[in-house]
Design a protein around this ligand. Structure first.
Ligand SMILES: [Cu+2]
Length: 728
């Protein structure tokens, strides 16, 4: 019997901390975070790989030190089974210092040829229990053994509870694919969710691609060539396998990718660093193995027995080590913060561990897509509207300078976190565990520090191209938007249910962008008629975002859920215009009325996607302007740069300016003259995706495909500088 599904409208149910609701990980017993010593191991350095030369990375299963020395026995460093990207073709048989990395250092306009080999083996023989015990075959997922025609998927079995066979973990060859997050790359090599390939080489998603003459069916290899044409930026790479990303990234598949530009002398290149700080929350069992809850026993989800709405761990790891310390001299350092967590948001600041005095400040000099125009001070001692904490959601990066100058050797600083989870209105974090990220230990050294000083306020770069004006919170002068989209974020709840004679209120079933399943399926089980059906490799999907290359669009994302979501667009760096509150309850009443009063969820927006509403916006939703409350708020100073992932607060409309063209083109470039140096529509016509970067959400439908239409006035793909394949 089909359970009642309904929209969650800002209810308490939408905020479901799983803390305490620990499902049995097939016999794994969670390790108390209070039993783990803090700040005994130094921060692992990450391997550096030269991206100006061909790069080969192998996805491997191996043991690494993740828990601190002494967790279980004095002086003994625990070993944890993990996955990671290993430079070269050989998987290690010795215990590694970290699972994270490497850092690929690329140069602007020097393409990087990257070969990725999947040697992860079979789930049945994997030692990574967090993966083995938590896969969920009822999700729309890679599903290698069924060749993507997933007989367990709810998308094909609407209203039918999973069979016993589907309600089991997956045992087959492990699928994986590498996505270059923030990379301005052709769609074939974007490493999107359908481009996965298995370790045995026998199965590939319909979006799989490898450069001509490389990889291909029967291999466990994909070869890409990243153009690196964008501005210098701290981008990163991680697994993106459809419906299994949360577990693959959790197991360890993430690294950093720096685009550098030796010819740019305006950047602060004389600082120590950059030192990557990849922050991830983790849980362990009493044997020191990674633990990932499978299902929520307090609120069972009959449709997806093992998926959980949001994973939040009870320990914090930086660069793959739980609660490390880092020695620093009393001088300036540059750090690259990456939130590589599944779902946890951080609000970061420094305090003196002894005196508890707050500071020194963090100086943010760059965002996801490159340098800010000027450094932004984030000072815990600031007052009023000034930034006090570095707020960073999953997928976001921050390029930051910390000045330890003047601190006495022996000083201990704590990097602290006070973000509630789910963000922003969930549980307060425990100040002794999740409130602590890293310890800085000031040691003697240095001398005069002649490096770039952000406190001097000097410009970081020549002024960036502005699509949005961060002062007025409007489009920048001279920028013309050809299209406006209004799209919603929706949470779908299970109705009340009874399991084993016990009544439950119901819980989250899936989370959606624009209320639409990945497939674009309508209520009748077919692709919605207002979507465009595109078939690739025998798989038909309904596309609704078909932007035209060169055009600028305003996306107004209407967050009807109770939580913040970090929305990420592939291909483009965009700019935040503003955020504005709206009356969610009244809007959702109108929304339900548009459905005829009975909301059936997961089947798309209530109206025809392509007919503009009263706000002149496509997207199929009632106009939001009658429900807006208060003024629109311009971006924070440290958000006023290129972003590929941005926070959408609950109860707010977040507006972003998206230009489907390279970021370095002048803002007033006519749409007809703006185009990529490569073919953004792609040989496969499969496109890119946009999604929530809470990985548990993107794994359960909070992701949609998009396909860029070629600018008719631009050169044909064969005439562009970067032709597909191995030509560049
Ligand atoms: Cu989300």
């Amino acid at each position: 019997m089909k359970l009642i599904r309904c929209l969650a409208v800002m209810t308490a149910l939408a905020v479901l901390p799983i803390t305490g609701a620990r499902a049995d990980g097939d016999g794994q017993i969670p390790l108390s975070p209070m039993a783990i010593p803090q700040f005994v191991d130094s921060l692992p350095g990450l391997a550096i790989v030269d991206g100006t030369q061909p790069v080969t990375l192998t996805m491997c299963e191996f043991k690494a030190h993740v828990l601190p020395t002494g967790t279980f026995a004095p002086g003994v460093a625990p070993e944890t089974w993990v996955w990671g990207y290993i430079a070269g073709t050989q998987c290690p048989n010795t215990t590694q210092n970290t699972y994270l990395g490497p850092v690929i250092v690329a140069q602007r306009n020097v393409p990087t040829r990257a070969t990725f080999i999947n040697q992860l083996g079979y789930t049945s023989t994997s030692h990574v229990l967090a993966y083995k015990n938590s896969t969920d075959q009822t999700l729309h997922w890679a599903d290698p053994l069924n060749n993507e025609q997933n007989p367990c998927s709810e998308e094909l079995n609407e209203g039918v509870p999973p069979t016993a066979e589907c309600a089991q973990h997956y045992n087959g060859p492990i699928p994986a694919v590498v996505h270059l997050h923030g990379g301005d790359v052709p769609p074939e090599i974007d490493g999107g969710p359908d481009a996965w390939f298995t370790s045995d080489g026998l199965h590939q998603g319909h979006g799989y691609y490898s450069l001509p003459g490389t990889g291909g069916p029967g291999t466990n290899i994909a070869v890409y060539r990243y153009p690196n044409g964008q501005e210098p930026a701290p981008i990163w790479f991680h697994d993106h396998t459809l419906g299994a990303t949360r577990l693959a990234v959790y197991a360890g598949l993430a690294g950093a990718y720096l685009i550098t530009d030796p010819s740019d002398t305006s950047i602060p290149s004389n600082l120590l660093g950059p030192i990557p700080l990849v922050i991830q929350d983790r849980m362990f069992d009493e044997q020191g193995q990674l633990y990932f809850p499978a299902g929520t026993p307090l609120i069972p989800n009959p449709d997806h027995p093992y998926w959980i709405p949001e994973f939040t761990g009870d320990t914090l790891a930086v660069n793959g080590r739980v609660w490390p310390y880092l020695n620093v001299e009393p001088r300036r350092y540059r750090f690259l913060f990456v939130n590589g967590s599944n779902a946890r948001t951080y609000e970061i600041f420094l305090t003196d561990q002894v005196t508890e005095a707050e500071g020194p400040a963090l100086w943010q000099i760059g965002t996801d897509g490159g340098y800010l125009d000027f450094p932004v001070k984030i000072d815990p001692n600031a007052s009023g509207n000034q930034l006090q904490k570095l707020l960073i959601m999953p997928g976001e990066r921050a390029d930051v300078i910390i000045d330890f100058g003047g601190l006495e050797p022996g000083t201990r600083l704590l990097m602290r976190n006070i973000a509630k989870t789910p963000y922003p209105a969930g549980d307060t974090v425990n100040g002794k565990t999740l409130g602590r990220i890293l310890q800085f230990r000031v040691i003697a050294g240095g001398g005069a520090d002649t490096s770039y000083d952000p406190a001097g306020g000097g410009a970081l770069r020549s002024p960036m191209v502005r699509l949005a004006d961060p002062v007025t919170g409007t489009l920048a002068p001279g920028v013309v938007a050809q299209k406006k989209r209004q799209m919603t974020l929706n949470e779908v709840l299970e109705g009340p249910t009874t399991v084993s004679g016990v009544d439950f209120e119901g819980g989250p079933e899936e989370i959606l962008v624009n209320n639409t399943l990945w497939s674009g399926m309508g209520e009748d089980g077919n692709i919605r008629p207002d979507f465009t059906s595109i078939t690739v490799g025998g798989i038909t999907t309904g596309y609704s975002e078909l932007p035209r290359e060169g055009e600028t669009e305003i996306w107004e994302i209407i967050n009807t859920t109770a939580d913040a979501h970090p929305i990420h667009l592939h291909l483009v760096q965009f700019q935040l215009i503003n955020r504005q509150s709206f009356d969610v309850r009244k809007y959702m009443t109108t929304y339900a009325d548009a459905y005829g009063g009975s909301v059936v969820n997961g089947f798309g927006p209530p109206n025809d996607y392509n007919l503009p509403n009263a706000d002149g916006a496509v997207g199929g939703n009632p106009a939001v302007s009658p429900f807006l409350r208060g003024p629109a708020k311009p971006p924070e100073a440290n958000e006023a740069g290129w972003k590929d992932t941005v926070m959408m607060r609950p109860g707010q409309v977040t507006r972003i300016a998206v230009r489907w063209a390279p970021m370095y083109l002048p803002a007033n470039t006519p749409a007809a003259d703006a185009f990529y140096p490569f073919d953004p529509s792609g040989e496969l016509q499969h496109g890119y995706v946009w999604h929530c970067h809470i990985i548990d959400h993107e794994d359960n439908e909070m992701m949609r495909p998009d396909l860029v239409q070629l600018n008719p006035g631009a050169p044909a793909p064969a005439s562009r500088p970067l032709k597909k394949g191995i030509d560049y």
